[in-house]
Design a protein around this ligand. Structure first.
Ligand SMILES: Nc1ncnc2c1ncn2[C@@H]1O[C@H](COP(=O)(O)OP(=O)(O)OP(=O)(O)O)[C@@H](O)[C@H]1O
Ligand SMILES: [Mg+2]
Length: 323
C-alpha cells in the first residue's frame, strides 16, 4: 500500500519580471512512498524538495500532474488530521512555553483538554524536553526548536509524517536524536517522508530514498540497490619490492600507481583485473601486502548523478517498482 503517490508533478514559478520565462522548479516528478516506511527525499539546495512537500500539503498548487496522500488528493481537508508536517522554517511563537506551544497546536487540531495534556506530556518526553517544558521558546537553542517542531508535527498522532529537513542545523547529537525519533515513529507503524541534503542521515535510517536534482527524480529505491547498480567497485592493492613506475602493464590496468619508497599502491577501477595485477606482482618478485575492495557509497552515486552533464533523460534510473 502506498501512502504517498506522486505522478508526473510539474511546478513553474512565474518570474515576476515581464518577458522573463517562468522558472521550472519541478519537471515531471513521480515517486511513491509505501505505508510504514522511512523514505528519504534527497537533493541539493534548490532541487525542488520544499516545493514538492508544499504541494503535498496543499500549500502550493502544482502546475500539472497529481499527488495523493493516504489515497486522497493532496490538500484534501479530511486527511489533514492524519498528516503531521514540520516545515523548513517553522514559525515559533517566541513567548509561549514549550508546553503552551504544544497545547496550542493540540487545540488547533481539535483535541480535547485531557487528551492534549496527555499527548503534550508524552511528546515532551519523546523529544527529550521535559526539563524545558516551562521555558519560553525564545530561550530555546536551535536543536531544541527543531525538536519541539517535531513534537508539534506529532501532536495529533498522525499516520503520515512529512518533515522538511528535520536534521538541518543540528549538531551530531541532535541529528542522532532526530534519527532515533524517526526510527521510533516507524516502529509505531507511521510512514515518514523527509527531505534532506545530508547523505549520511539517509544512509543511516531510510528504507528507500529518492534522489531529486533540478526538479527531477534521478534515482529511487533501496540504498543497497542504488549503490549496487552497475556501479564499479574499485580495488586497492598494496605491494612491496616492486618498481611499478616503469611497468607499462600495471599502468594499463590501474587508474593510479603510487610508489612510496619500497611500497607501491595500485588502484584498480574494477575487481576484474585483480588476478592479472597480482600475477604481475608475483612475476616481478614483489610481495603482496593487501587487496582491499572499496564499496561504492550513496555519496559516490549522488556526486555521479549531480555531476555536470548528468542531467539527461537517459541517466534517469529507477529500481524496484516504478516510483
Ligand atoms: N515562490 C517561489 N517563487 C519563485 N521561485 C521559487 C519559489 N519557491 C521556490 N522557488 C525556486 O524553485 C526552486 C526549488 O526550490 P525549493 O525550495 O523547492 O528547493 P529545495 O530543494 O527545498 O532547496 P533547499 O535545500 O535549499 O531547501 C529553486 O530554484 C527556488 O528558487
Ligand atoms: Mg527546501
Amino acid at each position: 500500500m502506498d501512502d504517498i503517490v506522486i505522478e508526473d508533478l510539474t511546478k513553474s514559478y512565474t518570474s515576476g519580471w515581464p518577458g522573463r520565462p517562468p522558472y521550472t522548479a519541478l519537471g515531471g516528478l513521480s515517486l511513491t512512498v509505501r505505508r510504514g516506511e522511512i523514505f528519504g527525499f534527497l537533493g541539493p539546495n534548490g532541487a525542488g524538495k520544499t516545493t514538492t512537500l508544499k504541494i503535498l500539503l496543499g500549500l502550493v498548487r502544482a502546475t500539472s500532474g497529481a499527488a495523493f496522500l493516504l489515497d486522497r488528493p493532496a490538500g484534501d481537508v479530511g486527511t489533514r488530521r492524519r498528516i503531521g508536517f514540520l516545515p523548513e522554517s517553522p514559525y515559533f511563537y517566541d513567548y509561549l512555553t514549550a508546553e503552551e506551544f504544544l497545547s496550542f497546536y493540540g487545540q488547533l487540531a481539535g483535541l480535547g483538554r485531557t487528551v492534549i495534556a496527555q499527548r503534550v506530556a508524552d511528546l515532551l518526553s519523546l523529544v527529550d524536553l521535559v526539563d524545558a517544558r516551562t521555558r519560553q521558546l525564545r530561550k530555546f537553542s536551535k536543536g531544541m526548536l527543531q525538536r519541539i517542531g517535531l513534537a508539534q508535527a506529532l501532536i495529533h498522532d498522525p499516520d503520515l509524517v512529512i518533515l522538511d529537513e528535520p536534521m538541518t542545523g543540528l549538531d551530531p547529537v541532535g541529528r542522532k536524536q532526530v534519527r532515533d525519533l524517526i526510527l521510533s515513529l516507524r516502529d509505531r507503524g507511521k510512514t515518514i517522508f523527509f527531505s534532506t541534503h545530508i547523505l549520511h542521515d539517509v544512509e543511516m535510517i531510510c528504507d528507500r530514498v529518492g534522489i531529486v536534482i533540478k526538479g527531477r527524480l534521478l534515482a529511487s529505491g533501496r540504498i543497497d540497490e542504488l549503490v549496487r547498480q552497475d556501479h564499479t567497485q574499485s580495488v586497492e592493492i598494496v605491494c612491496q619490492q616492486i618498481r611499478a613506475e616503469g611497468n607499462a602493464f600495471l599502468h594499463s590496468l590501474a587508474t593510479r600507481v603510487l610508489q612510496q619508497g619500497q611500497q607501491c599502491l595500485l588502484i584498480l577501477p574494477t575487481p576484474d583485473a585483480v588476478d592479472a595485477v597480482v600475477g604481475e606482482i608475483r612475476r616481478q618478485g614483489g610481495r603482496l601486502l593487501s587487496v582491499t575492495p572499496h564499496k561504492a557509497s550513496l555519496e559516490d552515486l549522488f556526486f555521479q548523478e549531480a555531476a555536470p552533464g548528468a542531467f539527461h533523460a537517459e541517466s534517469h534510473r529507477h529500481t524496484g517498482r516504478a516510483s
